[in-house]
Design a protein around this ligand. Structure first.
Ligand SMILES: *[C@@H]1O[C@H](CO)[C@@H](O)[C@H](O)[C@H]1NC(C)=O
Ligand SMILES: *[C@@H]1O[C@H](CO)[C@@H](O)[C@H](O)[C@H]1NC(C)=O
Length: 354
């Protein structure tokens, strides 16, 4: 009697497990990396930490016009993870550091826009050819600190969806207004969404840097980064603006969700900024993260590619930090901040006045 019951239970349980074990949808992640040696160790580690089966993910990575170790880092990382992912498709061009007529690495010339448009378009088309369920366009200065990001975005059932990413000041990866000629417009709706005073998913005129597209929907076939594919196109030659216009004209909404915290995006450099200034941007975003959650981690493999500034006391004889011993968490965070900022600080145990 008892045996029969156990057998019955085993069959039932097995059936239950089998039913709940649908394979996850397949995701094609497109990554463009230029001069990202400083962000890649963090970016690749957060990518690896996403709670999503790697054998359901294809990675498509392109890199060119670098003047740093971007390609070396990518090669090293790919060599160790390639068997885990369904596919890793790469093309790295070495030898050419800049575009003709660019002022510097942060300058977007027409040639650069056209190059990026053609790369993004070929990624999207390859994802379609491979019958990927989802296409994720992901920039290397995005750190998805929430490992559930991909699962959450997929669960929203939108054709196009982006997670709201925090940054410095008022920067983020979405717009809440667009001018008649398709450029950025700040509106009153922006800040409440950015500061999560309004929480949910919002139809906005622009999302970028981390955008998930459901390729199983028929309308997704109309999406493009290429202005030449959009009838009567009257916008600028710009990959993300073209994508937004193509979506809007196809009746597809761009959705931005802030109902969870997902991660961070770095503020991009200004046109004439030097690459070295991006290191400061990285430090800023790491400090921003430290004030809110655990520090960004780097996998063992890539640890040798990160460095912290030489420590000094900013010209003072000494810098002190006074901290209560019973607040070890604050002390730890402050010490991590000092590492980031290169500050040599003497710690004094505070005396509780009570
Ligand atoms: C998304 O679709 C699935 C399957 O049809 C459904 O179970 C789920 O409730 C939907 N989620 C949302 C947020 O609409
Ligand atoms: C397209 O843009 C217009 C103007 O901003 C907006 O009113 C409309 O809702 C957008 N369409 C979709 C599908 O999001």
């Amino acid at each position: 009697m008892c045996r029969r019951f156990v057998l019955f239970c085993v069959i039932l349980c097995f059936k239950y497990v089998a039913l709940s074990e649908w394979k996850k949808p397949t995701v094609f992640i497109a990554i463009l990396a230029r001069n990202k040696a400083h962000t890649l160790p963090y970016f690749l580690t957060t990518l690896e930490n996403l709670a999503y089966p790697k054998d359901r993910i294809s990675l498509w990575i392109r890199s060119d016009h670098n003047s740093d170790k971007t390609v070396e880092i990518l090669h090293k990382w790919i060599a160790t993870v390639k068997d885990q992912y369904h596919m890793i498709n790469t093309a790295f061009v070495e030898g050419e550091e800049s575009y003709v007529d660019e002022h510097g690495p942060a300058h977007w010339t027409k040639e650069r826009f056209n190059h990026v448009i053609s790369l993004r378009e070929s990624a999207l088309n390859l994802a379609r050819d491979l019958w990927a369920d989802y296409f994720l366009a992901l920039d290397c200065d995005v750190f998805l600190t929430n490992p559930q990001t991909l699962n959450i975005l997929i669960s929203k059932n939108y054709t196009i969806v982006a997670p709201m990413l925090k940054s410095e000041g008022l920067y983020s990866n979405f717009w809440h207004g667009m001018t008649d000629d398709y450029y950025y417009q700040r509106t009153d709706d922006y800040k409440p969404v950015l500061n999560r005073e309004k929480v949910g998913c919002f139809n906005v005129p622009m999302v970028h840097s981390c955008v998930l597209v459901d390729l199983r929907k028929y309308v997704s076939d109309l999406l493009t980064y290429n202005p030449q594919q959009v009838p009567n196109f009257d916008g600028p030659v710009d990959d993300i603006i073209t994508f937004a216009i193509a979506a809007n004209r196809s009746g597809v909404s761009l959705n931005l969700c802030n109902d969870e915290t997902f991660g961070y995006v770095m503020v991009p450099l200004e046109q004439d900024d030097k690459l070295i200034m991006d290191l400061d941007q990285l430090t800023n975003i790491k400090l921003e993260i430290l004030s809110e959650e655990e520090p960004l981690v780097v996998s063992k493999l890539l640890e040798s590619y990160i460095s912290f500034p030489e420590k000094d006391t900013l010209g003072f004889d000494k810098i002190f930090m006074i901290n209560l011993v019973r607040r070890p968490e604050r002390r730890r965070r402050m010490n991590l901040c000092f590492d980031e900022l290169g500050l040599h600080v003497s710690v004094v145990d505070a005396v509780d006045g009570r």
